[in-house]
Design a protein around this ligand. Sequence first.
Ligand code: ATP
Ligand code: MG
Length: 273
Amino acid sequence: MNAEEQLNMEPAEEIKNNQHSAPDKNAAAGGELVVDIKGLHKEFENKTVLKDINLTVAKGESLVIMGKSGTGKSVLIKCIVRLLDADKGSINILGKEITSLNDKELNDMRKRIGFLFQSAALYDSMTVRENLEFPLRDLKKDKAELDTKVKEALENVGLGEAIDKMPAELSGGMRKRVGLARTLILQPELILFDEPNTGLDPITTREISHLIVDLQKKSQSSSIVITHDAVCAKIIGNRIMIIDEGVCVAEGTYEELEHSENKWVRSFFSQAV
Ligand SMILES: Nc1ncnc2c1ncn2[C@@H]1O[C@H](COP(=O)(O)OP(=O)(O)OP(=O)(O)O)[C@@H](O)[C@H]1O
Ligand SMILES: [Mg+2]
């Protein structure tokens, strides 16, 4: 298992709770910063991917990051958890400078962050229950406690009945929900979602996006969500940032960017209804 897989906890379907809530547009107002990135620069063999990224996420806020394929969105969130090392800049996460943590501190910090990587998948040889128990393996919980936690996490995503199924028996949307439950089971303070809706149909994309908003409100966590999907951005984002050629080129609420004077910026939102 590689480092990404070890850190990775991914998503899965079926929304019983149809009371979809909108993100709190005031979540960011004057709040404490959970993420504060300044001057982030990252290059690979002289190919500069991120030139000068500056961004903040306040407690309870969801920041959506959009941008063309290959602009460094995944690289950016990998730098946040130090799966990749930034070349320059400061990355303050939950009050700590991530670039200067030692291994133990980094490990402790990663326990406070939930990851949902683009390539994320469930462990196919494990049942749903075992997939959810996996992140809890170091916590030395007794069996009854473990069972309660796993059941609660699955109920939260409307999939209580899937506990003993194998991933292959689930639909793509259900797998996303199981992955989401697995990410949230450690109650992370910050969640990084890289394309949470990849491969899903438009209706399931909406359902998963609303589920993310609902669960995030419940847990009062903050998030960074990378997506190409305007509907997902509209549902989840308190604020949206577009990156291009290594820098942030536009930032604002969905409504602001959707009506931007810049046609290229507007084009990101043209498919949303
Ligand atoms: N570990 C690595 N080593 C070398 N180059 C890398 C590495 N990771 C990413 N890159 C390069 O960095 C650039 C940005 O990649 P990244 O995966 O962040 O793009 P992205 O914006 O997430 O794209 P997409 O929307 O397609 O997911 C690409 O050119 C990629 O080839
Ligand atoms: Mg990517």
